[in-house]
Design a binder for this molecule. Structure first.
Ligand SMILES: Cc1cc2nc3c(=O)[nH]c(=O)nc-3n(C[C@H](O)[C@H](O)[C@H](O)COP(=O)(O)O)c2cc1C
Length: 176
């Protein structure tokens, strides 16, 4: 059994990205899935002064351990103003103070979902390009636009998107 860590890059209690990450991870075979919620790893805003005072915050250490203990990562990013949410970036910044290889070369399925038509295309592209510098091993990426029309608990409504996702899950499955 492979251990898969799934999470959304958002601290919304109704995060569509957490839902997508959880759904995709549930489609993997021979996998034990841990769906993490950023709200369980609340962090003060990173500052060098605070780090001097307290060291790396324990919740960043805990999340980093979750990554370490996982065989693969399913991450779906929320897009705020063309980029990460502050909650995700803050966790990323804190964890990068432990080791720059934040994502520890674990096979990653990187996604983004949005209620609008671009499906978080900006944050997906910039993150995909940056990942190799931070130990990110992106095996497949996927963007889901118009989430509320396209997503059901039983699967993706749009046929072309459903087919694309199925193929990408297959590629990811083979890599983990
Ligand atoms: C401050 C703010 C900025 C946003 N900026 C974008 C954006 O640039 N692109 C986009 O597609 N959606 C944007 N949205 C809408 C989000 O995609 C939407 O809130 C989505 O549900 C966030 O994902 P989550 O539900 O996983 O938190 C923004 C929302 C907020 C609150």
């Amino acid at each position: 059994m492979k251990k898969v860590l799934a999470f959304g890059g958002s601290n919304s209690s109704t995060s569509i990205n957490k839902k997508l990450a959880s759904y995709v991870a549930s489609q993997l075979e021979d996998a034990t899935v841990n769906v993490a919620d950023l709200n369980d790893f609340e962090l003060p805003l990173y500052s060098p002064d605070l780090e001097k005072e307290i060291g790396v915050h324990e919740n960043a250490v805990k999340f980093s351990k979750l990554i370490e203990e996982s065989d693969a990562i399913v991450l779906s990013l929320a897009e705020y103003n063309g980029s990460y949410t502050a909650a995700f970036k803050n966790l990323f910044d804190w964890m990068s103070r432990i080791n720059q290889k934040v994502w520890k070369d674990k096979p990653m399925m990187l996604m983004a979902a949005s209620p609008g038509g671009r499906g978080g295309a900006n944050v997906l592209k910039t993150t995909k390009d940056l990942m190799p510098y931070f130990g990110g091993n992106v095996i497949a990426d996927f963007s889901l636009p118009i989430f509320h029309e396209n997503f059901r608990e039983e699967g993706i409504v749009d046929e072309a998107k459903a087919k694309e996702l199925k193929e990408k899950i297959q590629i990811f499955q083979e890599a983990i």
